[in-house]
Design a protein around this ligand. Structure first.
Ligand SMILES: Cc1cc2nc3c(=O)[nH]c(=O)nc-3n(C[C@H](O)[C@H](O)[C@H](O)COP(=O)(O)OP(=O)(O)OC[C@H]3O[C@@H](n4cnc5c(N)ncnc54)[C@H](O)[C@@H]3O)c2cc1C
Length: 442
């Protein structure tokens, strides 16, 4: 592990993708006509960053419409801090107004349910609105895979057994269930199958809940059911927490694949797993993920795959030209994080602008060796471990021509993790998050 200065880390981790384009490569005359029209499905960390940087780097020459089913974005980043009442939802709700006012992004609210057309495309919304465009970028985040007893769209099941993994009402629901626990009660949670959103997130949640139980309820149990053979990330840190400060509270169960959830008539909840049955007052299932539904509906998931294959030099789908997939929905082999979604969006913005500028073929512009060499992305996750202490993890990825993939840059200054959790890290977490929020939404 490389030890780095924490201030350097914050500076570095805020910088994200190392690419910049020259706005002058686009030639519109400023007569109100656009060089091209791009529609973006989803206004999370990936979609909002793309909307902003397409406008900024094209000098306003690309018309950008961003569609989200919600009126604003509730960040998953920092959302575990709702559970212990450190933050409220309003603290992590990010408005789309600055994207409209500062960059001229057209923001529409609605659920996108189809994209038709080849060269010129039409994006269809559930409210019968539609957008005609030249390029479509999908950034819809994640969807959950059904488990017997827990079904997407069946509000009853997730109302009783919240996932709280897409921030919003579910996060408040889990907070309230946690709050209603009595001294000595049991909280069971499941870790999703890799790859999943925010690798340290489930273990971080176990710590936040254990800390809450210890401080507020006096005693109780947190059982972590993990389908993996061991803690998947920051193993040292989480083992130290589970076996140290939380040894009387946390039980970590490896190789525990969730088979079903049963809710008994007396309200008792049971998680049935390959490692046995676990009964609890509160069960928090984080189901295994797949790409957002629209990605699957458009046929961008080859049979048996959960996430969309993309070309990492542009994030264009390998299954359909002119449609790009950024953020948690793709399978680029990089961590699924907000920070990474922001970085991927910048690579994608650069590639789309170059493709538009080249008019006939994107090859020379998008595959320019100098550009490929500069494709770098990075990811950072902060994990609260106690009420006021946190750890962090960061990784840098670089493009490798031979494999046409993004590879972890192991000798990078910033492929690293914190030696221990600390109060200093906890404070830095807010600086980092604010910087990511600003870079994406403002
Ligand atoms: C508890 C927790 C802690 C985390 N901590 C960190 C951290 O420390 N660092 C970090 O970098 N990341 C962290 N993450 C991960 C991060 O939140 C995600 O990786 C990130 O949100 C992915 O961005 P995205 O844009 O791909 O998806 P999202 O942010 O999920 O955005 C997708 C958007 O698309 C919209 N949408 C979906 N389908 C449609 C449709 N058909 N039509 C219209 N709109 C649609 C949704 O409403 C949503 O706004 C954390 C996650 C969790 C759950």
């Amino acid at each position: 592990m490389t030890q780095i200065n924490r201030r350097d880390f914050i500076k570095l981790s805020s910088a994200t993708a190392a690419l910049a384009v020259t706005p002058s490569i686009l030639n519109a005359e400023g007569n109100g006509s656009f060089e091209a029209r791009v529609a973006i499905v989803g206004g999370g960390f990936a979609g909002a960053t793309l909307a902003k940087y397409l406008r900024l780097w094209s000098d306003g020459k690309i018309q950008v419409t961003m569609i989200d089913k919600n009126p604003d974005h509730i960040s998953c980043v920092l959302s575990n801090l709702i559970l212990n009442d450190r933050l409220q939802l309003t603290d992590i709700t990010l408005s789309y107004t600055p994207l409209q006012d500062n960059y001229g992004v057209i923001v529409k609210q609605g659920l996108v349910n189809n994209v038709t057309g080849a060269d010129v495309k039409t994006v269809h919304l559930d409210n019968n609105d539609s957008i005609v465009c030249d390029y479509v970028v999908l950034a819809p985040g994640i969807e959950f895979i059904d488990i017997p007893g827990l079904k997407n769209g069946d509000t009853n099941s997730f109302d009783q057994v919240p996932h709280a993994w897409i921030a919003g009402p579910q996060t408040e629901l889990l907070r309230d269930q946690l709050n209603s626990m009595q001294q000595g009660d049991t909280f069971v949670m499941t870790v999703p199958e890799s790859p999943y959103r925010c690798p340290p997130g489930p273990y971080e949640r176990a710590c936040v809940v254990a800390d809450y139980i210890k401080r507020v309820k006096g005693s109780g149990n947190v059982i972590v059911l993990d389908p993996h053979p061991e803690i998947a990330i920051e193993k040292e840190t989480f083992e130290l927490a589970f076996n140290g400060i939380y040894k009387d509270i946390v039980t970590y169960v490896p190789n525990a694949t969730l088979n079903s959830i049963e809710i008994k008539s007396n309200g008792e909840k049971v998680a049935k797993t390959s490692a046995g049955d676990f009964t609890a007052k509160v069960i928090n299932v984080i189901p295994t993920h797949k790409a957002g539904k629209i990605v699957e509906d458009l046929g961008l998931l080859p049979v048996g795959q959960r996430f969309a294959p993309v070309n990492p030099v542009s994030y264009e789908s390998t299954e359909r030209t002119g449609i790009y997939v950024i953020g948690d929905s793709n399978n680029s082999g990089q961590p699924k994080s907000g920070h990474m979604a922001n970085a991927q969006a910048k690579v994608c913005a650069d590639a789309i602008i170059r493709t538009i500028a080249s008019k006939t073929t994107s090859e020379d512009f998008v595959h320019d060796p100098a550009r490929l060499q500069n494709i770098k992305t990075n990811s950072a996750c902060y994990s609260p471990i106690t009420y006021d202490e946190a750890s962090w993890l960061t990784a840098v990825f670089g493009y490798e021509t031979a494999s046409n993939s993004m590879k972890l840059v192991t000798d990078s200054f910033a492929t690293s993790h914190s030696p221990h959790w600390s109060n200093e890290n906890f404070e830095d977490m807010f600086d980092w998050a604010n910087s990511l929020f600003s870079n994406t939404f403002r």
